[in-house]
Design a protein around this ligand. Structure first.
Ligand SMILES: NC(=O)c1ccc[n+]([C@@H]2O[C@H](COP(=O)([O-])OP(=O)(O)OC[C@H]3O[C@@H](n4cnc5c(N)ncnc54)[C@H](O)[C@@H]3O)[C@@H](O)[C@H]2O)c1
Ligand SMILES: O=C(O)C(=O)C[C@@H](O)[C@H](O)[C@H](O)COP(=O)(O)O
Ligand SMILES: [Zn+2]
Length: 364
């Protein structure tokens, strides 16, 4: 299926999201219609390349990749400005110019880094995304947020730069380790919590099908998440307000990632952050106990953590919120769940309230 995201601007822009299985074989041909004569430089996550190169060779992609393939060792610790510089230098040596375009093939780290590079290389060239993790298919490849981390905070350097098109092929998820499928499920659960109760119920009854990587189940989940994300991004591309809902669980989540020097993975951090948000909502009487229980149960079904590691104190976590991008002056916008399928932007959270919620969820 193809979803077209309509974005404002003069002239207005679009970003196509193409979802299915078996799209890969014909990807170069599909890309051609978007390139408008540009030369594509492919930046592949090195792990993905090693797992998929034989198949790619069989599909005769050779001509497309010759002299235009760059491998990137993707990992959260490498989501740094130094990686952007290194890739930029490789592009320059390979001869990429203003008439070039980048194609990012990999997970969220590759997508964020390559998207960022595309937005600044020779002051900006187009880019396309081919997400290969569940997390990247349901979330990071859509919406145009790009960037890298700093020791002081997550994604603190970045741009908005929309990909011209995004191809999601469920085939890629065949080689994805279980650990990474789990990480993606945290963003799936987040997306269902912010806007899709039907998806939530599906997740409650189809964990096994998703774990077995049944193609129908994967495509169903990826499509539902992309529909929600596309709607939110269309209405507030640059996060002046409404888009903040996509940050459910990320306020505390990003703080934990930063405090752990990025050893805690993004999905795990978001799961803990969502439980903290739900606990705060419960204390305020916004959500019923049953919905918090359902959130914990669904996270646990995916072995996602629902308690804060004891080595991080509530005070430290609160201190780490200083660099949250949803802070405007003294106001911190904190997304709270109201019920399964609905969240609200709370701008009057008291740090004492947060400290209590963090303390009550601190693991032993
Ligand atoms: N831009 C956004 O809107 C947005 C949204 C959500 C998350 N993110 C970012 O995404 C990042 C996390 O992304 P991620 O979880 O995809 O991590 P990742 O890109 O590091 O990929 C995880 C691991 O899976 C491997 N991998 C990728 N595809 C594979 C495949 N098909 N088969 C086997 N192995 C494969 C990678 O090599 C890596 O080791 C974080 O930095 C997060 O901040 C960005
Ligand atoms: O697309 C968005 O908007 C999101 O918030 C999606 C998040 O899942 C993602 O982790 C994003 O990178 C967080 O953005 P940030 O602006 O809080 O760094
Ligand atoms: Zn996220």
């Amino acid at each position: 299926m193809k979803l077209t995201m309509n974005l404002p601007g003069i002239p207005p822009r679009t970003s196509d999201v193409i979802i299915g299985e078996g799209l890969l074989q014909d990807l170069p041909a599909a890309l051609r219609s978007y390139l408008e004569g540009r030369v594509a430089y492919w930046i592949w996550d090195e792990n993905v390349w090693n797992l998929w190169k034989e198949r790619i060779e069989k599909w005769s992609w050779g001509e497309w990749l010759k002299g235009h393939l760059i491998l990137f060792p993707a990992s959260e610790p490498n989501k740094r400005l130094a990686a952007v510089e290194e890739l930029g230098r490789q592009l320059a040596v390979a001869g990429a110019d203003r008439e070039s375009a980048l194609v990012a093939v990999g997970g969220g780290v590759t997508g964020d880094v390559v998207g960022f590079l595309a937005s600044i290389y020779m002051r900006g060239i187009p880019h396309f995304q081919v997400p290969t993790t569940l997390l990247a298919q349901v979330d990071s490849s859509v919406g145009g947020k790009t960037g890298v981390d700093l020791p002081e905070g997550k994604n603190l350097l970045g741009t908005f730069h929309q990909p011209g098109a995004i191809w999601m092929d469920a085939q890629f998820l065949e080689t994805l380790p279980d650990e990474q499928l789990r990480q993606g499920m945290a963003e799936v659960i987040k997306t269902a919590m912010i806007g899709d109760e039907v998806l939530w119920k599906y997740l409650e009854s189809h964990s096994e099908a998703i774990k077995k990587r049944e193609r129908d189940a994967l495509v169903r989940v990826v499509t539902a998440c992309c529909i929600i994300k596309a709607k939110v991004v269309e209405s507030d591309e640059r996060e002046s307000g409404y888009r903040r809902i996509l940050n459910l669980g990320h306020t505390v989540g990003h703080a934990l990632e930063r405090l752990s020097e990025y050893r805690i993975r993004h999905g795990d951090a978001v799961a803990m952050g969502m439980v903290v948000a739900a606990k705060l909502a419960l204390k305020r009487g916004l959500i019923i106990r049953g919905d918090l229980d359902r959130l914990e149960k669904l996270c646990e079904a995916w072995e996602l953590p629902v308690r804060i590691p004891p080595e991080f104190s509530p005070k430290e976590i609160i201190f780490a919120l200083k660099t949250d991008k949803k802070r405007v002056g003294k106001t911190l916008h904190f997304i709270l769940p109201v019920r399964i399928g609905e969240v609200m932007d709370c701008d009057d959270l008291d740090m004492g309230e947060l400290e209590d919620a963090l303390a009550s969820l601190r693991g032993k």
